[in-house]
Write a protein that binds this ligand. Structure first.
Ligand SMILES: Cc1cc2nc3c(=O)[nH]c(=O)nc-3n(C[C@H](O)[C@H](O)[C@H](O)COP(=O)(O)O)c2cc1C
Ligand SMILES: C=C(O[C@@H]1CC(C(=O)O)=C[C@@H](OP(=O)(O)O)[C@H]1O)C(=O)O
Length: 394
């Protein structure tokens, strides 16, 4: 079973990650991991921080001659913000000897972890909450998950995401999206993310991309922020990953948890999702056929999962991200120190991080799928697993 843990603060010296349970013999390079780290930094609507961070994870254990050895893989990634002290407020993490002189942050932002975090941990300064709740953590999360992603790719399983909606601009309904995404998915889900990467809002439609950019521009000018909806497609899956036999083995439940564990996510749907509640059964369920010695389905409105198990069709999952809580135009809040009503203070921020969050969402699904795959075909080495897959498909 692949497990990973991340450590690090947004403006601390570095982020650290350890990935345990990766089978031996998987070819892996830092550059492959960096592909997704670079993608996570790109996107229209990003803030100033992403312009100067140069995310790269250095591997310090678990590899020999470019292949995994079965032991924990440790990674480290520096925060350039730690040295820069450029954010317009003291980057307090590198000035521990001056703790007394540093201004406390006492104005919690609605929608961020600030108020509840300070209440829970009994802080009179929001800074420690900001540091660890920040989506800076997703940089190391993407690095860790990219290893599981490489494992899946080795067995022909690909993941690709794209943006469906930003604020008021988006595709009209399920069929319109399918007409663009499904033909790409026939070449493997990576064709989807590669096509989406052509647009700086990661949308597959050129006209919508332009409108989304405009929407972000308008909301930025107003001092507001935006979220949106994205879709992730996973191809190359065998039948029967996950199980209906127990609640915690259902693949859809595990995938949803991974998405909801990501900063700013407020919902997940699989296949038709919430639209299934609007349609009668005959317009929802995927009819079964038998062609070329195999069971097939006429459609994939269940999004590749039935009974908590992969059907062998592409998994289609959508997530919704709320608008960024930090906004130039302030919201009402209360000063934690004086208890007086006042307004939030602005700190450097993304205006819309959805195009970047798509890469995070693609990534966090990888360990879930890799573990479901290992549960079915598992072994200590890639060689063992290849033999198990071969035996199961003969
Ligand atoms: C890729 C990404 C970038 C983000 N950037 C910011 C940001 O610049 N400013 C901000 O206030 N929130 C940002 N967020 C959202 C906050 O991290 C998040 O709302 C906060 O941690 C509270 O957690 P919750 O939204 O899950 O409740 C970002 C989220 C993601 C996934
Ligand atoms: C640093 C990243 O995102 C950060 C997420 C974030 C937040 O509150 O979640 C706040 C901002 O941090 P800063 O105030 O340092 O600019 C974002 O830039 C990153 O994605 O690597």
């Amino acid at each position: 079973m692949i497990r990973y843990i991340t450590a690090g603060e947004s403006h601390g010296p570095s982020l650290t990650g350890i990935v345990e349970g990766v089978p031996a013999g998987l070819p892996l390079t830092e550059d492959e991991i960096a592909t997704h780290l670079v993608r996570r930094q790109q996107g229209y609507g990003r803030g100033g921080r992403m312009a100067f961070e140069k995310d790269f994870a250095t591997i310090s254990s678990g590899l020999r001659f470019g292949k995994t050895m079965g032991g924990p893989i440790a990674m480290s990634m520096p925060n350039r913000a730690f040295e820069k002290d450029d954010a317009g407020w003291p980057t307090v993490m590198n000035k521990k000897e001056e703790a007394e002189g540093i201004e406390k942050i006492t104005l919690p932002r609605p929608g961020h972890a600030d108020l509840v975090g300070a209440q829970k941990y009994k802080f009179d300064d929001i800074r420690p909450v900001i540091e660890r709740s920040s989506a800076r953590e997703t940089a190391m999360r993407v690095a860790c998950c990219s290893i599981a992603r490489e494992f899946l790719k080795h067995f022909g399983i690909e993941i690709g995401g794209h943006v469906l909606r930003i604020g008021s601009v988006g595709f009209e309904g399920w069929d319109e999206v399918r007409s663009i995404a499904d033909p790409l998915a026939e070449h493997g889900a990576e064709a989807i993310y590669k096509a989406a990467d052509e647009s700086d809002v990661r949308c597959l439609d050129e006209e919508l991309s332009e409108q989304m950019r405009e929407e972000i521009k308008v909301r930025r000018k107003e001092g507001s922020s935006l979220g949106g909806i994205y879709e992730i497609v996973i191809t190359g899956l065998p039948v029967g990953l996950g199980s209906y036999v127990h609640w915690d083995r259902k693949l859809d439940g595990q995938l949803a948890q991974a998405i909801m564990s990501t900063q700013a996510m407020k919902g997940v749907e699989i296949g038709l999702g919430f639209e299934a509640g609007h349609r009668p059964g005959h317009e929802v369920h995927d009819e079964i056929t038998y062609e070329e010695n195999d069971f097939k389905r006429r459609s994939n409105r269940m999004g590749g999962i039935e009974g908590g198990m992969s059907t062998g069709m592409p998994i289609i999952l959508r997530g919704v991200m709320k608008p960024i809580p930090t906004m130039l135009n302030p919201l009402s809040t209360v000063d934690m120190k004086t208890k007086e009503e006042t307004e939030t203070r602005y700190e450097r921020s993304d205006v819309c991080a959805l195009p970047r969050a798509v890469v995070v969402a693609e990534s966090v699904l990888a360990p879930v799928l890799a573990n479901a795959f290992l549960e079915k075909f598992g072994g200590d080495s890639i060689e063992d697993i290849e033999a198990n897959v071969k035996a199961a498909t003969q």
